[in-house]
Design a protein around this ligand. Structure first.
Ligand SMILES: Cc1cc2nc3c(=O)[nH]c(=O)nc-3n(C[C@H](O)[C@H](O)[C@H](O)COP(=O)(O)O)c2cc1C
Length: 185
């Protein structure tokens, strides 16, 4: 297996894409921090048919999609994916799995030969199988050690949590991680 934990330092300068899925903006807050420090192109994943506003209905729909392997069609189109060497992929934990829209993205776009860097927020139960699924869907990529932190908990009415003081703490942790994986000096 060709999985390593850091980014090859010889890759700089490089073309960076940051793709993220976010419903209540916690993962977006992390994507923004990465973007501020690394630059590149920042893209929010959008669906042809958005999930319901209702949390419970969304949980149920996601559970069905995970069961059947349904890949929701993306409204977002990435122009010329070949131009990127480094692709950050950000997502919340949904039902302890990688959210279906991120599965759609990784199935739709060929990331062979690229460095793929996952990041996650969750409601306190961790990454589940998300990072493992990224590796499985990117068998010919260098999938780097990801970043995770606790975000909100929509179930309990906690929406955007990574703001203000919490966003500053997150920035410190994100920069530390970016240095550890050789993305920043
Ligand atoms: C459909 C759905 C399922 C979720 N499932 C989990 C879960 O299994 N484990 C967990 O820790 N948090 C779960 N959460 C909470 C989110 O992972 C958490 O709130 C995250 O920070 C949301 O990111 P966002 O603000 O970028 O959308 C779930 C949230 C939603 C909407």
């Amino acid at each position: 297996e060709s999985v390593t934990s850091t980014v090859d330092a010889t890759l700089v300068p490089r073309n960076v894409l940051i793709v993220y899925l976010s419903r209540t903006s916690n993962t977006r807050a992390i994507a923004d921090i990465i973007h501020q420090h690394v630059g590149g192109k920042l893209v929010a994943l959008e669906l042809e048919n958005p999930y319901p506003e209702n949390y419970r209905a969304t949980v149920e729909q996601v559970a069905r999609e995970n069961e059947t392997g349904f890949l929701p069609p993306l409204k977002t189109k990435i122009d010329n994916i070949q131009q990127y060497d480094v692709v950050f992929v950000g997502f919340p934990t949904w039902g302890m799995q990688l959210p279906p829209p991120m599965k759609s993205f990784l199935r739709q776009y060929e990331l062979k030969g690229k460095t793929v860097i996952p990041f996650n927020t969750n409601g306190g139960y961790g990454i589940g199988t998300t990072f493992q699924t990224v590796k499985e869907l990117c068998p010919n990529s260098n999938v780097v050690d990801g970043f995770t932190m606790r975000g909100g908990s929509e179930r309990d009415g906690q929406l955007l949590v990574i703001q203000g003081e919490k966003a500053k703490e997150a920035e410190t942790d994100v920069v530390k991680w970016l240095r550890e994986i050789n993305v920043l000096k």
